[in-house]
Design a binder for this molecule. Structure first.
Ligand SMILES: [Zn+2]
Ligand SMILES: [Zn+2]
Length: 381
């Protein structure tokens, strides 16, 4: 017999987490405006707070998330060390623990019992509530799903000294900076408290709002959404629909004009030789995912409309989609053959120009079909 919800016992409160979140929030919310009104913050302290916030956020997004959780690229030990310090400064648990949670999130996304911060349990739970009670205490020290990370000396060093590093960075950086510029309390409030609270909530938005607001251009198999507002707030992580569809890509934004500073940082590190092995999902797979998602969305819309010839329209849509996929596959294999022939010295120039011509024909056929497809889909958008 199913147990009535009223008999469920709420898990125990984690007082340490509650106290950290509450005290830092209250000090930031009350202390910062009072100090700003009576004393005023110097521009140097404000800049330091922004730099510290960016350091925390990028350590989480580029380090904890894209490097360690998803292995989307490889980084030099110095870079990994900097991320480990930034992660402790961000007070988001050790990289080992954070990534273990995050891999479970991807594996069981939206499963209210297994996803540690399932968005289906609502905003509060996925944002912060999941950390306030012993919701998944049974697996707190089970690090089987991050055994690869346990081979990384930087990860294990940070994990074993997490508390010391957290205290050193969170007290040390604001106090030393404050003493250095002669604005101790201003620095403690802004670089210490406000930076931490803002950094916490910006990261938490990825688990809450990035699963609630926005569009789903790549997949609707889970609640993850793409949103430019979220991307701006989360250093590029707001293209979360793409990320859940292609979690091993080092990018969350794939278009050049989309805001993804985490991706830009990884690219800079790669140019300077501090990162390598950047993983990218092929254009072909992305284009196929977009087309399939458009097909599914349009079919759903059509079934809701009262049209006399609905079946025939759906049939036509399906046929055009199949044509699109055939032309897409042909175009990308011709592109691959063309690129490979350029590298091969043994292939004659005549053969190369034939391949190029074939590639151009298939490109035209694919772009024409894309136009046909777009017009068809937009009719019912
Ligand atoms: Zn997610
Ligand atoms: Zn992820």
């Amino acid at each position: 017999m199913p147990i009535s919800p009223q008999y469920y016992k709420k898990p125990a409160i984690i007082w340490l987490n509650v106290s950290v979140f509450l005290i830092t929030f209250l000090v930031a919310a009350i202390g910062v405006p009072l100090y700003a009104y009576f004393q005023g913050f110097s521009s140097t302290t404000i800049i330091m707070a922004i730099v510290s916030l960016s350091f925390c956020e990028l350590s989480i997004t580029a380090g904890y998330h894209r490097l360690w959780s998803h292995k989307a690229y490889k980084a030099n030990p110095v870079v990994r060390f900097v991320y480990a310090i930034g992660g402790a400064f961000a007070v988001q648990n050790s990289a080992l623990h954070w990534c273990s949670d995050h891999r479970i999130h991807h594996q069981h996304v939206d499963d209210n019992d297994r996803d540690p911060y399932s968005a289906k349990r609502g905003f509060w739970y996925s944002h912060i509530g999941w950390m306030l009670r012993e919701h998944q205490a049974h697996r707190y020290h089970d690090y089987k799903n991050v055994s690869d990370m346990q081979k990384d000396k930087v990860v294990m060093w940070q994990h074993n000294h997490y508390l010391t590093l957290t205290l050193l960075t969170n007290f040390g950086i604001p106090i030393l900076f404050g003493l250095f510029i002669g604005e101790l309390w201003g620095s403690i409030l802004l670089v210490g408290f406000l930076r931490l609270v803002v950094s916490h909530h910006l990261t938490f938005f990825i688990n809450s709002l990035a699963h609630m607001w926005g569009s789903q251009p790549y997949s609707d198999k889970n609640t993850a959404k793409d949103s430019v507002v979220m991307a701006v707030l989360t250093f590029g992580e707001g293209y979360h629909n793409f990320h859940h569809a292609f979690q091993y890509d080092y990018r969350n934004a794939i278009k050049w004009w989309q805001y993804d500073p985490t991706k830009w940082l990884i690219q800079i590190l790669s140019f300077t030789g501090l990162a390598n092995g950047l993983k990218r999902i092929s254009e072909e797979k992305i284009a196929k995912a977009i087309a399939t998602q458009e097909l599914n969305k349009t079919k759903t819309k059509l079934t809701q409309l009262s049209l006399a010839n609905k079946e025939a329209i759906i049939e036509n849509l399906q046929e055009e989609y199949e044509q699109l996929v055939i032309k897409l596959n042909a175009y990308y294999s011709a592109k691959k053959a063309c690129l490979e022939s350029k590298k091969d010295q043994l292939i004659q120039n005549v053969e190369k120009s034939k391949l190029k011509q074939h590639y151009n024909e298939l490109k035209l056929s694919w772009t024409t079909q894309q136009q046909v497809w777009k017009n068809l889909v937009h009719q019912y958008a």
